[in-house]
Write a protein of this length. Structure first.
Length: 89
């Protein structure tokens, strides 16, 4: 089964997560099929805390991929931000 999940990167006490597509049997930080974006929970100032390539996510969902719980929450947040940005224009 293919999953869309988070892979941890960054230094100790400074987490940074890549949003990746991978086989569910692989380890959290091992190889992945494709990187779809990132999440930086400690972003400050002008840093972008969340970036997701929506086209590729839609493609993988069409191929049968499933979100993990944490990745699904970030996807919902991304959609909400995109909707707010579109209505602000």
């Amino acid at each position: 089964m293919i999953k869309i999940r988070l892979a941890r990167a960054g230094a100790k006490k400074r987490p940074f997560y890549h949003i990746v597509v991978t086989d569910h049997r692989k380890r959290r930080d091992s190889g992945y099929i494709e990187r779809l974006g990132y999440y930086n929970p400690v972003a400050r100032g002008q840093e972008v805390p969340l970036h997701i390539n929506a086209e590729r996510v839609d493609y993988w969902l069409g191929q049968g991929a499933q979100f993990t719980d944490s990745a699904k929450q970030l996807w919902r947040r991304h959609k909400k931000q995109a909707k707010a940005a579109a209505s602000a224009e």
